[in-house]
Design a protein around this ligand. Structure first.
Ligand code: ZN
Length: 201
């Protein structure tokens, strides 16, 4: 069946997103076509501004307002700069912040090592982490990648890279559901995992 070009274009655009196949892409497109114009305009506006109004912290790579060098956490005077919690995504920062039980700083890797998907160490913010730990004299690095195969492999890789530097390296305690995502863990489980973190060796 031949579709008008604007429809096909939107289907193609949706299909480029992770986790969205051609079928879902078509469903979303026809849903927007049927629904009120407001929805499409709001969506278009949100898409347009996300890239121009959001930037990344130059120190920890968390999200921050565009034009700002440091994120709110990095520039907060009461956050301990000698304790750095390493997470996969900015959403993990949100999850840990929600517990109110962590007062150090963060470092966002922006992904995990995944040979299958061709993601290597150079694709993650690992080198800036090593540089930062050395330069700022960080005392503890808490590896808080997800308890998945890739998350564990990434934690082990980062730990091996940190071995040459004199820094304490810990990993969140087990108790988080295996294969689960930090961002979906409830606050108590996360707090327990944080409090029960263990040395990596
Ligand atoms: Zn920051």
């Amino acid at each position: 069946m031949l579709l008008p070009e604007p429809i096909q274009n939107l289907i193609n655009a949706f299909a480029r997103l992770p986790g969205i196949g051609p079928k879902t892409a078509s469903r979303l497109t026809f849903y927007l076509l049927r629904s009120s114009e407001d929805l499409s305009l709001d969506l278009a506006e949100a898409l347009r501004t996300i890239k121009t109004s959001i930037g990344y912290c130059t120190r920890c790579f968390n999200i921050t307002g565009a034009g700002r060098d440091l994120c709110e956490i990095c520039s907060h005077p009461q956050r301990n700069p000698l304790q750095v919690c390493v997470v996969e995504e900015p959403l993990d920062v949100v999850a840990l912040e929600r517990t109110s039980g962590y007062h150090g700083q963060y470092h966002v890797l922006h992904g995990v090592l995944s040979p299958i998907e061709g993601v290597g160490p150079q694709d993650l913010k690992i080198a800036p982490l090593l540089a930062r730990v050395q330069k700022e004299g960080v005392q503890e690095v808490i590896l808080a990648t997800n308890p998945s195969m890739e998350g564990d492999a990434t934690a082990m890789y980062v730990q091996s890279q940190l071995r040459a530097i004199n820094v304490r390296v810990t990993r969140l305690a087990r108790g988080l559901p295996i294969g689960g995502d930090l961002e979906y863990a409830d606050q108590n489980t996360l707090l327990r995992a944080l409090a029960g973190r263990q040395e990596m060796d």
